[in-house]
Design a protein around this ligand. Structure first.
Ligand code: HEC
Ligand SMILES: [Cu+2]
Length: 345
């Protein structure tokens, strides 16, 4: 009796959790990284292909299932009826050929929107404005270059809306993958090869991106943000971003810059100074970034100070290894560095 109860309980739990999965998934659909809530031409195209394929599959499931259940009920033994063995046959060339043709037709039907999507993904439509960006995967952050604008930044990609962003995707170390779920599909970043894709955003907003190819310790913390702006706002951003870094203003900032040039500069570049390191993110306008450590933390005083003092605790395994630059920072140095970097708007 008790054993029966436990197995009924188990079954209820199992069925219940399956039923719960549906509403939980529906919530997940509203998530910031949902491919069901798309705001880009390619994302939309891919979602259309998805729903279309789901529709064809559902049609198949209902037809085959329908015939099956119809036969099950229609030809069952009625109460009181004697058990008779039905006439036994084997195979039917006609039915089999018909089924093969029907399957081929269904596959053809699915192939049409797929082929169309391939053309959409291949290149932006004629007449659409195009902007070139180079996205470079580094263990565990993203570098973004705008070759026509002379801008290099990291982890936060700014784009104008309704413009095709023509992206060259590269890697300096291992294989990464570039993905902004609400705008477009994925593209691998391979060392020694340039992969191309384009995407656009139809609405201003903040879109989350993520590396989706396992690339080591901090792979899960290799996020990025895409900010889509109206053209005028984008122009304002790009003008500011193109300029050299702001000169330090206060005593603390002046000391911060001095400390920076004693080691941080071997890995980081700041335009308009002697810092030209290529190992870490370009920090020319770091003060205007909203995030820190590839979108792991908010870019505020508390997190920035902790990041500079204990980069390895903040993001285990990351390649900001202060020992390599022989840097021993006092608390005052950290405060001054924070003040210097925050001023780099
Ligand atoms: C050995 C090379 C190296 C040195 C030295 C170094 N960094 Fe870094 N730094 C990196 C790397 C690599 C990252 C990216 C880490 C990640 O997100 O995985 C980084 C990230 C950062 C970030 C976050 C940038 C962003 O956009 O997320 C800041 C700020 C920063 N470093 C400041 C400093 C300061 C200040 C110093 C000097 C005290 C310094 N770094 C020294 C390599 C270095
Ligand atoms: Cu990765």
């Amino acid at each position: 009796m008790k054993a029966q109860l436990t197995s009924i309980l188990r079954l209820t739990l199992l069925v219940g959790s399956f039923l719960l999965m549906y509403p939980l998934n529906a919530f997940a659909l509203m998530d910031a990284m949902s491919t069901f809530d798309v705001k880009g031409t390619i994302g939309q195209e891919q979602l259309t292909v998805f729903w279309f394929t789901v529709g064809v599959s559902a049609f198949l499931l209902l037809t085959v299932g329908g015939v099956f259940f119809y036969a099950l009920f229609r030809f069952r033994a009625k109460p009181g009826q004697d058990f008779v063995v039905p006439e036994q046959t084997h195979g039917s060339a006609k039915i089999e050929i018909a089924l093969i043709i029907a399957s081929c037709l269904l596959l053809l039907v699915i192939a049409v929107p797929n082929a169309k999507a391939l053309f959409v993904m291949d290149k932006p439509p004629e007449g659409k404005k195009v902007m070139k960006v180079v996205a470079i995967g580094h263990q565990w952050w993203w570098e973004f270059q705008y070759p026509d604008l002379g801008i290099t930044t990291a982890n936060e990609l700014h784009i104008p809306v309704d413009t095709a962003i023509d992206i060259d995707i590269k890697s300096v170390d291992v294989i990464h993958s570039f993905w902004v779920p609400r705008l477009a599909g994925k593209m691998d970043a391979l060392p020694g090869q340039i992969n191309r894709m384009w995407l656009d955003a139809n609405e201003p907003g903040k879109y989350y991106g993520q590396c989706t190819e396992f690339c080591g310790d901090s792979h899960a913390q290799m996020r990025f943000l895409v900010f889509a702006h109206k053209q005028a706002e984008f122009d304002k951003w790009s003008r500011a971003e193109k300029a050299d870094a702001i000169k330090p203003e206060t005593v603390s900032q002046v000391n911060g810059q001095k400390v920076f040039m004693q080691g941080c500069n071997s890995c980081h570049a700041i335009k308009g100074t002697n810092a030209m390191g290529m190992v870490g993110p370009n920090l020319t306008h770091f003060g205007s970034r909203t995030s820190l450590g590839a979108v792991m933390y908010k870019n505020d005083t508390e997190h920035l100070a902790k990041w500079i003092k204990y980069p390895q605790q903040m993001k285990p395994g990351n390649l900001m290894k202060l020992e390599q630059a022989n840097m021993l920072l006092s608390d005052k140095d950290v405060t001054d560095l924070v003040s210097y970097l925050q001023n780099l708007k």
